[in-house]
Structures are given as C-alpha cells and as structure tokens.
Design a protein around this ligand. Structure first.
Ligand code: GLC
Length: 690
C-alpha cells in the first residue's frame, strides 16, 4: 500500500508514473515538524532497525549510523567523510520493528540523519515546505522495493552490445589513439565492444562537434569499427561553449533555451570549453531542442552516449571568481598572514568550484514559473538525460541507444543508466562499488557500473584484475581512467592472459547476465540483491555486505583487498562453487552452508550457484554480436530439478514484451540420470551438472 502526503505545492519532478491521490491525515511513523522554510521528519528507531536505500552513496548497504545528503555533487575524491555523490536518490527502507519505505519527492537537498546525531533517531530534513512524501508498506522488505519500483516505472534497457566489455580513457585524442586501443584488444584477443570518446574528440570541447583534424572521416571510422564489432561512444557535456558561429550556442541564445541569471541574461559559467551557457533542461522546449542535437552524431552511425558534468559541475563563474579575488586581495594586504587567513586562502580557492552561491545565481523557466536553480538542483542531470532519451524515441523509435549519465534523480532511470562518477584507483572504491549496487537497483537504476580500475590516481595490475572480476557482473562493464594517470587498458599489463580470460568469462556469461537483467527490468526486480533480500530468514545474512546475489542463480564474493589470496565467504545454504581460470578451465566443489575460507588467486574468478539452479553459458566471443547463443551450456547444481527462464531477443529493437523472447530450460535428475528439456527446439544444449 502506498500513501502520498503532499506538503505545500511541490514541483512536479515526474519521478513517479502512477497517480496516487494525496491524503490529508498525518503520516504514520513520523513526527513531522514544520520550520520556517523546511520540514523535519523524525522516526524513533529500535536498537536493531536497519536503514537501506539512498541509491548512489558512500559507506555501507545498511545506512544506519551516518548522515547522508541528496545533493548531486561533483566530487572526484570522495571518501567516507562525504555525504553526497553524483546522484540524489531519496528512497529509504526502514527495516525492523516496523518495515516501510519512504520516498521524498523534492528536487533540492534532503538530509538523512540515520542515527548520526542521535543514534536512535532517523531525522530527515527536507529543505523546502513543498514536497511529496510517499510511505510504502507491503508484506515484506522485498515487496516494498517492488512496489516502489512499480511506482517509478520500468527501468531503462540498453542494447545488448552494451553488456560487452568497454574501454574508455580521458585522453584518446584522434583516430590513431582509438585504433591503438582497438589493436591492443583485437591483437591480444581480449574481447571488446566499445571504445569511448572523451572530450578530446570534439572541436574545442563543443558538444556535437568532431575535431575534423583528428578524425578525417569520422563516419567511416565509426563504420569500420562497427564491422569489427566495436562501437564508438562519445561524451556529451552539459555546458555549451560560448562561441560566435557555433550553431548550438547561437540557436540556444536566439530561442532563450539557456538558463538565465538574475537580470534575465544568459547565465555564464566555466567548464572544459571555458565559458559556457547551460541549456535549461527543465524547460520542455529547450529539452526537445537539445535532444534533437544528438542526431548529428546518430547520423554518423553512433549508437551510444554518456552525458557528463550534469550536476551541473561548475569550475567557476565570473562573479564567483571576482568575489574570491576580492577576498584574496584583502588577505594580501596583511603584512603577516595569520593562521586563519592562511587556511582562508586555501578555502577560498577550493570553494570556487561547484559553490552553493553559484547554484543560486541562475534560473530555470518552467511554464510561466521562474525557478532558482538551487531549488531544483537535483533535476538537472535527470532532465539532460531525459532530453536525449525522449529524442531517441522520436529519432530512432525502434532502436535501443546506449545512454547513461553522471548526475541523476529517481525518474531518470527510465531514460538511461548511470556510471558512478569519478572514483579513484583505491581498493576502498572497489568495495564501495560492490556495496552501492543493490541500493541503486532499489531506486530503479539497473544499468550501472563504476570506472573499473579507478578514474583518478595510478592503478595497479592486481587492482584492475580484481575490479574486473567484480565488473564481470555489473551491467555496465567499463574501464575508464583520467588524463595523466597510469594507462590501465587490459593489454598494458604483464599478465595479459589473465585479462583475456577474465573478460572472456564475462562473454561466456552474457546469456545469463542478459536474461537476469531483462527479468529485473521487465518485472521490477532486483538484478543485484543483498543476501538479506535473498535469505530473509537467515539472521546472519543481514550483516553480510561484501557478497551479493546476481540474478536468481548466482552468489558472488569478490576479493577487494590487495595481496589477498582468497577470502572468507558465508554460504546461506549449500552451493556449488565454480572457480574459473578461463571459460574452459574450471573447478567445481559442492560446499556446505556456513563459513568457509576460499582461495581465490589473482587470475581466478569464483562464483557460487544455488541448489536446483543452473546458469546458461555461451562459448564466448570477442564481441557480443559474435556470440552464438543457440549453442549453450547449462552449468549448475541440480539435486532433482532446475528450471531456468532464458531471455533472448535481437538485442536492439524494443519488442521486449514478446513472449517469443522467452524459453524454459529444465534439467531433471532422476536415479542419477540427467536430462534436459528445452521449450525452444533450435537451442543446442550441453550439460555440466553437479
Ligand atoms: C569528468 C568525468 C570523467 C571524464 C572527465 C573529462 O570528470 O566524470 O569521466 O573523463 O570529466 O571529460
């Protein structure tokens, strides 16, 4: 059951797709306090209550004990001390003496004090008096998630090639750089489906342009690569360069499509291209206009995009810079700079970028309402991605286009996925990646993954390998790194064979991973579950935060520590351990319920199959379109009978709902005889059953 409580007159974020009638009574569970321009909602927690959700955020899967803020923030060096990341996802489930979900639909900042100030209190501070509050109560924790997912609508579905391995790096400048990456992979027979083009491919960082000196015949390059099974995926940034003669800039100015400053002039900020204007993505006409611009690249054969810098990130504004200089001038007058002034200098310089005061300097036009940006800050990246998604529906009505964003709000999950922004080549960020996945799925964000190997900082061979072992299971499997850092493409390291094998395993698993993704998307289910979600009766499972369920058959326990030769694993029931050194070099072991130390060498990958479950595997390929998915192996642990629903489609059209996409595969074990039954005759199936 969902109850909606409306306070004031909320901005219509379009996060939810169902119309729920607002009710007047006081909400259950919370003590609601109105302040002058905010509300606090206070819930008294029991000792053992857990808090789960909040999508893209730091720390544990159980959020209890810390304070989090929904405020889309560009913060590449985030650590445990931070409260916000790139997305704002205000869905949280309280699990304990009462179990219920809460969604605050409000596009500015919301703070979730999850027992940080007072350990027995959940205090939610909504920085507005206009918002919608939804309280969801269902039979169980899992049903609560499912009901919420239904409320917010079906998650985005990418083309199938986007389940292949993808290589990115900020710094591929031209055709030769791209070719070097392609050769690095193809010559070493390491599978690859996409190469990303970061800002350097553009002409002076102008969106929807291609530097013609760097790419002589861009369309030809795109087409030649596609023949090799490789897509080029360009970046699109939120800021539009101010430059006379640049069509996007000139059209935006002419039609008032850009955000305005207080005086009604086009607002100026600086990002990669220098000074830019921001398209007013909250304005329908501006959104439609910007969305159509993607056509320039679609026409060159491009089939995927990543939307970046859309919190929006601001390096500086002329006003902000001026204010900083004035403060510095003031300090400069001091003869003997005191300690507070000295630290003041540092703070002034650090505070220039992404400053709260800059977010108060510009406005959106929504219908006849002029709204200051900070009041709707968390909707900017969402609506940039929506601009693209809605345009693709018109420009390519029956073709899936890959699309993901850096900033997001719930609702955006219908238009695209996200990558988890700028991380660092730290082992702690690998663990954070693992923990973040179920919380993101709870908020409808299924197509997601982190910068494998880490974006900032220098990665190491073992970190990239371990991260790939986990990345094999994330729908978006992309290695990305920053300009100036150590190169971390799979072929840059000594043990190329292990990279080939691990990435090869991903391709073997695509029949399973794709089926499980489609089940999650089409049925509002979780692709990544916590153990607690899969084993609600198991008291120990609730505490396990570094193992996940992937789809219906598999549990994973990734290694995330340097020099570890294995790890402790908790099995909530007896399972089949599959240890792979390559797709064909495997070991199997049936293991009992309980705690085990499992050896997992750097070049090995391990997962566990539940009893009476199977996993369909292909023989692998160097790119997704090259997979022969009519020739499958069912690998599994069958005591008497396992049934698997396999999803297969053409991988690019939108006929997801056709019953023809499904087949049922059964494995029956009787008197030590194993037989399989398939509902699709054309499938060639071999068995590998324990
Ligand atoms: C931002 C993005 C990063 C990209 C860089 C340059 O930091 O998050 O992925 O490489 O900009 O475009």
């Amino acid at each position: 059951m969902i109850k909606r409580y409306t306070y004031g007159s909320p901005f219509q974020t379009e996060a939810v797709i169902e119309q729920i009638q607002a009710i007047k009574e006081k909400p259950s569970y919370f003590k609601v306090n109105k302040e002058e321009d905010s509300y606090t909602l206070v819930y008294k927690m029991d000792k053992n209550d857990g808090l789960f959700g909040l999508g893209e955020n730091i720390r544990g899967i159980n959020k209890r004990g810390y304070i989090y803020k929904s405020n889309c923030s560009d913060d590449p060096s985030h650590d445990e001390g931070k409260s916000s990341l790139y997305g704002a996802h205000n869905f949280l489930i309280v699990k304990g003496s009462h179990t219920f979900g809460i969604f605050i639909d409000m596009p500015s900042s919301v703070t979730f004090d999850c027992g940080y100030t007072q350990k027995d209190q959940l205090v939610i501070t909504v920085s507005s008096i206009d918002f919608d509050l939804y309280i969801i109560e269902e039979e169980s924790f899992n049903e609560t998630i499912k009901r919420f997912r239904k409320l917010i609508g079906r998650s985005y579905i990418p083309p199938k090639w986007a389940f292949g391995y993808q290589q990115s790096r900020w710094g591929y400048r031209n055709e030769e750089d791209v070719q070097k990456v392609v050769d690095g992979y193809r010559n070493n027979h390491i599978p690859l489906d996409a190469v990303y083009m970061d800002i350097d491919f553009m002409e002076r960082f102008k969106n929807f342009t291609v530097d013609s000196a760097a790419f002589k015949d861009f369309k030809q390059v795109v087409s030649d690569l596609k023949d090799k099974g490789i897509r080029l995926v360009p970046i699109v940034d939120a800021g539009v360069k101010i430059e006379e003669g640049y069509d996007v800039y000139e059209e935006g100015v002419a039609h008032n499509y850009f955000c305005k400053d207080e005086q009604g002039e086009d607002f100026v900020a600086a990002v990669w291209p220098g000074k830019v204007h921001f398209p007013d993505f909250l304005n329908k006409e501006a959104r439609e206009w910007f969305g159509k611009k993607y056509k320039v690249l679609l026409d060159q054969g491009i089939e995927g995009f990543w939307n970046d810098m859309n919190e929006p990130a601001i390096f500086y504004t002329p006003e902000g810079l001026q204010e900083a200089f004035q403060k510095l001038d003031h300090i400069r007058q001091c003869d003997n700079i005191g300690i507070y002034e000295f630290f003041g200098i540092k703070d002034i310089m650090n505070g220039i970028s992404n400053s709260a005061s800059d977010y108060e300097r510009f406005y959106h036009q929504v219908g006849d309402q002029r709204i200051r940006h900070d009041k709707v800050h968390n909707l900017f990246g969402y609506n940039m991605t929506r601009a693209a998604g809605e345009a693709f529906d018109v420009l390519e009505p029956n073709k899936r286009i890959l699309l993901f964003s850096r900033a997001s709000y719930i609702g955006m999950h219908r238009y695209g996925g996200i990558w988890t922004g700028d991380n660092t080549s730290w082992w702690s960020h690998l663990l954070m990646n693992i923990k973040m996945m179920p919380s993101l799925n709870m908020c409808g964000i299924l197509y997601t993954g982190a910068d494998i190997g880490g974006f900032g900082g220098n990665s190491t061979e073992d970190l990239v390998l371990r991260w790939l072992q986990f990345g094999c299971f994330t729908p978006l499997m992309r290695n990305h790194s920053a300009l100036g850092t150590r190169e971390q493409e799979a072929y840059q390291f000594q043990d190329i064979g292990s990279f080939r094998n691990i990435i090869g395993i991903r391709y073997g698993m695509i029949p399973y991973l794709y089926s499980e993704y489609m089940k999650a998307a089409l049925r509002d289910e979780m692709y990544f579950k916590t153990l607690m979600m899969a084993y609600p009766e198991d008291a120990f499972a609730e505490n396990v935060e570094d193992q996940l369920m992937v789809g219906e058959s598999i549990m994973i326990a990734p290694v995330y520590e340097q020099n570890a030769r294995g790890r402790y694993v908790y099995l909530p029931e007896d399972m089949l351990m599959v240890k792979l050194r390559s797709l064909t070099d495997r070991e199997y072991k049936i293991m009992d319920k309980g705690h085990h130390y499992v050896d997992i060498a750097l070049e090995e990958m391990v997962f566990f199959i539940k009893p009476n479950h199977v996993v369909p595997l292909s023989k692998g390929a160097e790119y997704v379109d090259g997979l022969d998915e009519m020739d499958l192996e069912l690998c599994g642990y069958v005591k008497d009978k396992a049934t698997y629903e396999l999803y297969q489609d053409d991988g690019f059209s939108k006929y997801y709902d056709s019953p023809n996409n499904w087949s049922t595969l059964q494995v029956i074990k009787e008197d030590n005889q194993i037989q399989s039954i398939s509902s699709k005759d054309a499938l060639k199936i071999s068995l590998n059953i324990y």
